[in-house]
Design a protein around this ligand. Sequence first.
Ligand SMILES: Nc1ncnc2c1ncn2[C@@H]1O[C@H](COP(=O)(O)OP(=O)(O)O)[C@@H](O)[C@H]1O
Ligand SMILES: [Mg+2]
Length: 307
Amino acid sequence: MTVISLQHVTKDYGHGRGIFDVSFHVNKGTVYGFLGPNGAGKTTAIRHIMGFSKPQQGVVTVNGLDSWKNASTIQVKLGYLPGEVALPEHLTGKQFIQMMMDLRKVKNDTHCKKLLDFFELDASSKVKRMSLGMKRKLAIVTAFMHDPDVLILDEPTSGLDPIMQQRFIDFVRDEKRRGKTILLSSHIFTEVDATCDEISIIKDGHIISSFNKQELLKMTEKVFHVTVENNMYYTQLVQQIEADVKFHLLLKNEQTYELQIGCCPKDLSQLIKLVANFPVSSFSEVTFSLEKHFMEFYDRRVGGGLS
Ligand SMILES: Nc1ncnc2c1ncn2[C@@H]1O[C@H](COP(=O)(O)OP(=O)(O)O)[C@@H](O)[C@H]1O
Ligand SMILES: [Mg+2]
């Protein structure tokens, strides 16, 4: 079931800035990654989902409701963590949480307490005395205190230290397990890699690639690092790998008798059989990195890196 849908959405700010003909949808219970460099259009797309911004062309819906026409309903129901949050500096964290609970008409504070615990936030001090990380945590707690079914996270881990970044990834995974639908924007490969099922890459306001992570992993060649014991075996193995179209010799080093061999998952058992004929001193998988895939994709299609 589709929860969030963007169909041919355009918002042109002029000078090539904005988003152009952006279409994607997020299914119930999945985590959708929206990946792109600064200025790519991630926040612009998210602001359309939240109904803060009216598309010049196209339609945005959440649970079948037009985001712009039903903005207030959508904004109350969804959990939205903006990229930049302005918090009232003069309040204590606790006062701010209470204020947000009243505003959202949240009666039960169980979920809020769970979040404070999970993110280890002591909310008793004044917001203006809080570190950037504490402010981010306070924003997280107040964004999700009503335990929403749909979470919209705009670069959620910026400003968090590495331990808290990991904690946040755990939070996203837990929420997914609880059946939540999540859209997460990011310019960080690893957090998208760690959390998302479906991924789109956006650049200069255009979606340049969309894929399912499991599909990508299945299609992608696996790479193995093999070391054999001496030069004779090394030469023979190189010959046999090169002679078989199923295998690809990606790297070789005749000084150290090392090879890197690529093969599709379906041909894996044949590769293992072939390698097993040799005295092997090491055999390991070179783990697939989404980051590497993205960088290759970026270099090929548009040139240059992500940031
Ligand atoms: N309200 C606005 N008026 C004019 N230009 C804007 C506005 N909002 C965003 N932009 C421009 O649109 C582009 C996309 O911005 P944004 O969606 O914030 O990117 P991201 O979140 O991916 O970093 C940027 O070039 C930005 O300067
Ligand atoms: Mg942004």
